[in-house]
Design a binder for this molecule. Sequence first.
Ligand SMILES: NC(=O)c1ccc[n+]([C@@H]2O[C@H](COP(=O)([O-])OP(=O)(O)OC[C@H]3O[C@@H](n4cnc5c(N)ncnc54)[C@H](OP(=O)(O)O)[C@@H]3O)[C@@H](O)[C@H]2O)c1
Length: 280
Amino acid sequence: MKSNIIVIGGTGKTGRKVVQRLHALQHNVRVGSRNEDPAFDWENQATWAQALEGIEKMYVTFQPDLAVPGALEAIEALTKQAGQSGIKKMVLLSRKGEREAELCEQVVIHSGIDYTIVRASWFNQNFSESFFLDPILAGHVALPQADAKVPYIDTDDIADVAVEVLMNEKHNGQIYELTGLRLLTFREVVSEIASVTKRSIEFTPISLSAYSKMLEEFHVPAEYIWLINYLFTEVLGREGNDVITNDVERVLGRKAKDFTAYVQETAATGVWNQAAEMQI
Ligand SMILES: NC(=O)c1ccc[n+]([C@@H]2O[C@H](COP(=O)([O-])OP(=O)(O)OC[C@H]3O[C@@H](n4cnc5c(N)ncnc54)[C@H](OP(=O)(O)O)[C@@H]3O)[C@@H](O)[C@H]2O)c1
């Protein structure tokens, strides 16, 4: 049966893959974005009712992160609107091991609307579509928490899980924690990417204060630097965040994508080649 589904953040790293998969299954999909008609803008609640009109199910990715000040209030307001709009099912993308995100989850859990919470570990795609791409292209990655071990998860796996839980009622009321198959430090990640792309990419461990200072010098907005600080201390440092789960397999009946497969697929797209060409 076809469903009317909105994907909030439908042009983002996980959302656009969820949109592709739902289209392939021939559902009626509305992309939640500031650039669609009707538009959805987290900063403008007046856009929400129209964006949710006629919608039965929603996949929600918050911007920029459920830990930022104002996120809880935004999730409370959206959940209220979802109830008023007659939404039957909400799937919230959350972050594994993030206390503030868990407060937002509670709002959805107690909303009276069917829900599934998808808590993800750090994404593989942070190295190819987000904040770690530029240093990789520059051939020099300097990061704090050099020894932290992270079970990176691929956005393909997150999107597959999101679609399965949106479509199948047996996942109602569940919280899934998605991780990849292996723990990797930043140094190991950089080394894998360097090896597959045959590029020289240096890794330098630095302190969090030196990293923040570097971001300031690059004129990164203060709120973003706050978020980075939070992620590198509260999230990377939180006990249990280096635990590998088998929830991808529980939901999908197959293993999560291995990090090496992600590196090989991504290298083949050429996204990491720009600096390599510049080095020649
Ligand atoms: N990166 C990680 O390692 C990681 C790990 C776990 C959880 N998460 C969570 O993932 C969530 C982000 O999901 P994602 O990575 O799939 O998305 P993303 O790639 O960060 O998505 C960007 C999306 O957000 C939309 N957007 C930006 N500002 C907006 C606004 N004011 N109103 C409406 N839409 C706006 C953009 O749409 P338009 O520009 O088209 O409007 C675009 O679709 C965050 O809550 C984060 O905590 C991330």
